[in-house]
Design a protein around this ligand. Structure first.
Ligand code: SF4
Ligand code: SF4
Length: 414
């Protein structure tokens, strides 16, 4: 536990900390795992009067209910670990908004060079830089601000894995770094001791160590990589459907999905509505219950995927608006029983990035997918539901919806 920098009597009279303007604030405190390398978790905020407060904050006493065990960034404040303006360095800053900031002098002896990037806050303009903690070696750390640049380079790719949304939502689990090399966008990820390439270009291969992987190679890029001496293997298929097929569920091909959907409509009083930010906690609770049920039935790879996906679901919900997501939920008895998110990938395709439904409610999953497809069909011709992660059950489920076509991606090894 770090010593509190700001004297108690100052803090108790101040109303700045532990309160936030937005429920999905990117500045909410982060709980780190003990090892600093596993998944981290941003604390949820709850409404209070016209603002939002940390779930551990007691407004009556103006104090923290878990003070002795509060997250590291709460202990550090008014010092913060952020990116610099260019997202090329991780820096220790002093938040000039804290009234005590002007009083603090001296050089704190921090050395948190191994912090996961999920702990690092976005660039903050109103701060006083104390020191650079870590230079990112010519790479930039991925941030929401980079979405327009990624969109320009990814150029409406038909692969869902090569989209800003599908890269960004994993940035609390992996350290995602990028750089432009000879006018090619090269995106890398660090996880434990691995350093691999997420968005490929033969131009960035020299940055990988022997055994390093190049993921998401498109069919048309195979020759260029093979020419550079990279061994290429088939990875997984992405599944692409006609939005109209899923929306209408016409004909014998869709008889089982149609029956399940109709059964759901007939037997339930429900509300299908847009997702709002205040739904986050309920949606994540639904995900946790869904995950618990799934854990009993599959192998360890699937378990890891389910555990990792929690972080991606949460990240997507927190940055829902900035990412341009379309979210829908289904309420039954005033409780969220299913949610789904999609985004516009290119001019004719939407990607369905998540769908979670209470599996004890018959036909709910078929209902929400088909209903979302009705919304999408007004805007786009195709739906991409991403890949099957190499899981046989997921592949079977995706094939049962009769994809219009599949799109193979490849993986290369240095
Ligand atoms: S802003 Fe500064 S003075 Fe105010 S509560 Fe936070 S740490 Fe204390
Ligand atoms: S954990 Fe405690 S100190 Fe940190 S924001 Fe919440 S109430 Fe404030």
């Amino acid at each position: 536990m770090l010593k509190q920098f700001v004297p108690n009597e100052i803090c108790l009279k101040c109303d700045a900390c532990c309160r936030f303007v937005q429920q999905n604030s990117r500045y909410a405190p982060v709980l780190l795992s003990d090892s600093f390398s596993d998944s981290t978790c941003r604390l949820s905020l709850k409404p209070h009067k016209d603002i939002f407060i940390c779930q551990n904050f007691s407004p009556e006493s103006n104090s923290c209910n878990i003070y002795a065990h509060r997250p590291l960034d709460c202990q550090l404040y008014p010092f913060m670990v952020t990116y610099n303006k260019e997202y090329e360095n991780i820096v220790l800053v002093l938040d000039a908004k804290c009234p005590y900031a002007k009083v603090i002098t001296g050089h704190p002896e921090f050395n948190y060079t191994s912090l996961p990037h999920s702990f690092v806050m976005p660039y903050q303009p109103d701060t006083i830089k104390i020191t650079t903690i870590k230079n990112l070696g010519g790479f930039k750390a991925l941030a929401l601000e980079h979405k327009p640049l990624f969109n320009k380079y990814l150029n409406n790719s038909e692969y869902s894995a090569r989209s800003f949304v599908n890269i960004y939502i994993w940035s609390d689990l992996f350290n995602i770094l990028w750089k432009i090399i000879d006018n090619n966008l090269c995106v890398f990820y660090e996880y434990k001791n691995e350093f691999n390439m997420l968005i490929s270009s033969p131009k960035g291969m020299h940055l990988l160590k022997p055994g390093g992987r190049i993921e998401n190679i498109a069919e048309k890029e195979i020759k260029a990589f093979e020419g550079a001496g990279i061994k290429i293997h088939k990875n997984t298929d992405e599944y692409i459907y006609l939005a109209k097929d899923i929306a209408e569920l016409k004909g014998n091909r869709f008889s089982s999905q149609r029956a399940a959907k109709n059964n759901f409509i007939k037997n339930n009083k429900f509300i299908y509505r847009p997702f709002v930010i205040s739904d986050i906690d309920e949606c994540l609770n639904l995900y946790s219950s869904w995950a618990k049920r799934k854990m009993g039935t599959h192998d360890s790879v699937y378990h890891q995927l389910i555990a990792d996906s929690f972080s991606a679901h949460k990240k997507a919900m927190l940055d829902y608006e900035e990412l341009g997501l379309t979210g829908r939920v289904v309420d039954i008895d005033e409780k969220i029983r299913a949610y789904t998110f999609a985004f516009e990938m290119n001019t004719d395709t939407y990607c369905v990035v998540f769908e979670t439904a209470d599996t004890t409610i018959k036909g709910l999953s078929q209902f929400i997918f088909s209903h979302l497809a009705q919304d999408i069909a007004k805007e786009a011709k195709y739906i991409n539901t991403m890949d099957d992660s190499g899981l046989a059950n997921l592949k079977k489920a995706k094939l049962s919806w009769h994809p219009h076509r599949t799109l193979t991606s490849y993986i290369g090894t240095v």
